[in-house]
Design a protein around this ligand. Structure first.
Ligand code: UTP
Length: 297
């Protein structure tokens, strides 16, 4: 019988330099889309996919992230006393039970593969998920849930995949497709941030993974890849030659790259417009602003 995926690793130890100066004192994952931090979108998605244990790989300066999930007794009491039950409900949804979250430290930002490897002692002989909080995906069914369901059929290693414009493909890990089965593709090669002439396709890896524990063993060698970093892509690519069990999954949904400023702004607009309590005022503002800009040109 296939094992259930109940653990997820959230690598949040990166430096977040693209959001300086904000990230000088605030972890990138605490930045908000409308009123919810990026990390909360990732936790909600994981929970809906059946994840029960949440493993954070953190680093120096990420204390605010750890505090975010704690109880806030004073605030809770005050909201209770004032009868603000709706806000109390919002607050309670952001609180994690004792023991649900584990934190491990990455001493040095040596790359995503290294960050995942830092959590190795918390993963037993079981498949596990990895979620990058930068990738926020608006979807009817949460993307990790879509993947968990597909993974029940395939087993092995699965990466979320999305077609990107060829001009942008070199910024991603790209899949070399063996067989295209529609939403699923089997993979015969993977390469992280290749030169445009070496790109095997424009099917890019996005920040959701379901991986076998063998990936953690592959990461033991600490080999450096693209950009001098220890790359998760390389550790997954090794499995293609040894086990032939790597799949790409074309998910249903719209992905926003909230690790970039443009992507973050796009997500803010999309999530703002999707909010019933804000959309009318926000849409009118956007239309007016665009009209004013056009008139001024
Ligand atoms: P990024 O490539 O976006 O790097 O990492 P970054 O440091 O977060 O941001 P920039 O590029 O400096 O602006 C992708 C994901 O991998 C994690 C990051 O926290 C992010 O979730 N990561 C990256 C680590 O946890 N450790 C690392 O050594 C590198």
């Amino acid at each position: 019988m296939k094992q259930r995926v109940t653990k997820a690793i959230f690598p949040v130890a990166g430096l977040g330099t693209r959001f300086l100066p904000a990230t000088k004192s605030i972890p990138k994952e605490i930045l908000c889309l409308v009123d919810k931090p990026l990390i909360q979108y990732a936790i909600d998605e994981a929970r809906e996919a059946g994840i029960e244990e949440f493993i954070f790989v953190t680093s120096r300066g990420k204390g605010a992230l750890e505090d975010y999930f704690d109880g806030a007794p004073q605030l809770e009491q005050s909201l209770k006393a004032k009868g603000k039950d709706d806000l109390l409900d919002v607050l309670m949804k952001s609180t994690m039970d004792s023991g649900e979250i584990a934190y491990v430290r990455q001493r040095e930002a040596l790359g995503l593969g290294h960050a995942v490897w830092c959590a190795r002692r918390l993963i037993a002989d079981e498949p596990f998920a990895v979620i990058l909080t930068d990738d926020v995906i608006e979807a009817e069914q949460p993307v990790l849930k879509q993947m968990v369901e597909a993974h029940e059929q395939t087993g092995g290693n699965m990466v979320a995949a999305m077609e990107v414009a060829p001009s942008k493909a070199s910024a991603y890990g790209l899949l070399d497709i063996k067989e295209d089965m529609g939403s699923l593709v089997s993979v015969k090669g993977m390469v992280e941030k290749p030169k445009p002439e070496d790109a095997p396709s424009n099917l890019a890896v996005i920040g959701r993974y379901i991986l076998t524990p063998q990936i953690l063993k592959n990461l033991e060698t600490q080999e450096r890849g693209a950009g001098g970093e220890i790359q998760l892509t390389d550790a997954i690519a090794k499995e293609i030659t040894t086990s032939d069990n790597v799949y790409g999954f074309r998910f249903q949904g719209t992905r926003y790259d909230c690790g970039s400023k443009a992507g973050f702004l796009q997500a803010t607009v999309a999530f703002g417009l999707a909010r019933g309590d804000l959309c009318d005022e926000f849409r009118d503002f956007l239309i007016e602003t665009l009209e004013c800009r056009r008139a001024a040109q």
